[in-house]
Design a protein. Structure first.
Length: 292
């Protein structure tokens, strides 16, 4: 440990705490990449952790099956030797959809998320014919906001459609821009009186699935006190770690960075200290970006 922000330790690198953990549950967007490029230092850190006998499971609120996310990570330059396996909110959502059998559903989201429904019995129909809805995101997340969907959501709520939210994130960073996610639509739907079930972080099912994957890789049960969650979002990553009673390492140069940057865009540790203590959940430790 090299410093602290208030009562929360700040570490210079993963190497200073790596021996405490057998498993890392690592967020993807904002930690491994920014939507445009991979962070080389982070890939190196995770590879080094694995080389010391650790297991890395990527855990993401991507609304697509995990195996469909891997080619995108390759394209962005995320190295394959940085992780052992992946679980996504899309994987968890598929399990929830499967329980509905062939009941007709309305898909609220872009065509690129259609792999979510592959090899399932679900039938995609219009709002007027649906028995429930699955939300994967905005059709044009580069330009639209949740308010553009108010009329559609009101129509869903009027029919009493329960929603499965396949990505609980409110926003993610793409390059230097913030874009809205399915979680923002789900939040508006709840505000309108709609019922929402969330498939990903910070809820238990995705973590239980991640623990199961790690246990399979390690061929042994995983102890919660030997698991570290790494992420850049308080609402999902840090809150999810608290749900599972595991340590969280908060990456400050991620989705929240603008909230405690100075006028030049540099990290203002005083502002960070005030901000972090005002949050609903607190990490065990912090780092500006994940490195060894």
């Amino acid at each position: 440990m090299s410093d602290a922000v208030g009562p929360i330790p700040v570490i210079e690198g993963l190497s200073s705490v790596a021996d405490r953990y057998d498993v890392i549950l690592c967020d993807i967007w904002g930690v491994l990449h920014d939507g445009v490029r991979a962070f080389a230092a982070t890939g190196d850190a995770l590879n080094r952790f694995r080389a010391k006998g650790g297991t890395v499971v990527l855990i993401s609120n991507a609304p697509r099956p995990g195996q469909d996310v891997l080619p995108l990570l390759d394209t962005l330059g995320v190295r394959r030797d940085a992780y052992d396996d992946i679980i996504t909110s899309g994987d968890v959502a598929r399990r929830k959809i499967a329980k509905h059998g062939n009941a007709p559903l309305f898909h609220l989201g872009p065509e690129r998320d259609l792999p979510l429904f592959e090899n399932l019995d679900a039938r995609l129909v219009a709002i007027e014919e649906a028995e429930y809805a699955v939300c994967t995101g905005l059709f044009d997340d580069n330009h639209e906001t949740p308010e553009d969907y108010r009329d559609r959501l009101e129509a869903m709520q009027a029919r009493g459609l329960a929603m499965i939210c396949a990505n609980p994130d409110l926003v993610v960073e793409r390059g230097h821009h913030l874009i809205y996610c399915a979680g923002a639509l789900a939040a508006l739907y709840e505000a309108l009186g709609g019922s929402v079930t969330y498939a990903g972080k910070p809820h238990r099912p995705i973590y239980e699935a991640a623990f199961a994957l790690a246990s399979t890789v390690r061929e042994a049960p995983v102890a919660a006190n030997r698991v570290l969650a790494v992420g850049d979002a308080i609402r999902t990553d840090v809150a999810g770690a608290a749900t599972m009673d595991i340590d969280a390492l908060f990456v400050s140069r991620g989705i929240h960075a603008r909230e405690f940057a100075d006028a030049a865009g540099a990290l203002d540790t005083t502002a960070l200290g005030r901000w972090i203590l005002d949050q609903s959940h607190h990490p065990a430790m912090m780092i500006d970006m994940l490195r060894w």
